[in-house]
Design a protein around this ligand. Sequence first.
Ligand code: 2AM
Ligand code: CA
Length: 263
Amino acid sequence: MRSALLNIMVQAATKAGRSLSKDFGEVENLQVSVKGPADFVSNADKRAEQIVFEELQKARPTYAFLGEEGTEAKGTDGQHRWIVDPLDGTTNFLHGIPMFAVAIALERNQEIVASVIYNPVMDELYTAEKGGGAWLNDRKRLRVGGRKHLADTVIVTGINSRGRASDLLQLRQLAHVTPAVAGIRRTGSASTDLAWVAAGRFDGYWEAGLAPWDVAPGLLLLKEAGGVISDFSGTPGAIWNGEVVAGNESIQGQLLKIIKSVQ
Ligand code: 2AM
Ligand code: CA
C-alpha cells in the first residue's frame, strides 16, 4: 500500500510520463527530418514539467517547487519542497533512445523523504519513502547488489560533454576505473543510474557536474535499497555540489578510493 503522499507523486509522474510517451512516439517519426526534433523535445520537456507542477501544486498547495525547466514556487509552509526533473535523459529522448524518466523528490526540512522515478517506455516505476524501503512497480523490494570485489562489477557513469573542467577530471577517473572493473556503462539519465544501482543491475555509479534534480530522487531510492552515496570527498548523501559516488558499502568505498586518488 502506498501512502497518500506517494500516491500524489506517482499520479504526477505517470501523468507526465504518458505525455512524454506520446511525444516520444512523435520524436521517433521526426528522426528522419533534417532540422531534427530539438524544439519539439524542448516543448515536450516543458509540458511534462507543467503537468507535474499542476498535479503537485493541486495536492499540496503550500509546498515549494524547484524544477529543471525553470518552474519555481516559494511555498508557504517553510518545510517542504518538490525537486523535479520532468525529463531526465533529454539527449536519449531526442535521439529516440527509450532511456529517460520523470523524477520527483520531496524534501522536508532539508532532507529527502520521498522519491518517484518513472520510465514510461519501460513502464518501470521506482518509489521510496524514508524508512519504507525502495520498490519497483509496487511489487519488488529493491536491494543493492551484493558483489564485494570491484573486479566483478558493472559500474555506470555519465560524462557531461560540455567542455567543463569536471569533464576532463571524469575522463581521467574513467581511465583509472575502467581497468579495475568488469564493465563500464553510460545511460545518459542520472536518476535511472541511481535507480538501477538500487535495483542491483549496476553495482556502482559515479558522476560530477550534476544538478540537484538529477541526484535527489535517486538518492533516497538508493539509501532505502541499502546503498551508500557520497560526494568525491566522501561526505555522505551530497546532492548540492553535483558529485556522486554510489554503490553497496564495499563497492562505494573502493570506487571512492580510486576517485580520490585521481587529480
Ligand atoms: P538531463 O537529461 O535532464 O539533461 C547524464 O550524464 C546526466 O547529466 C543526465 O541526468 C542529464 O540530465 C544530466 N545533464 C546533462 N547535461 C547537464 C548539465 N549541463 N548540467 C547538469 N546536468 C546535466
Ligand atoms: Ca536531468
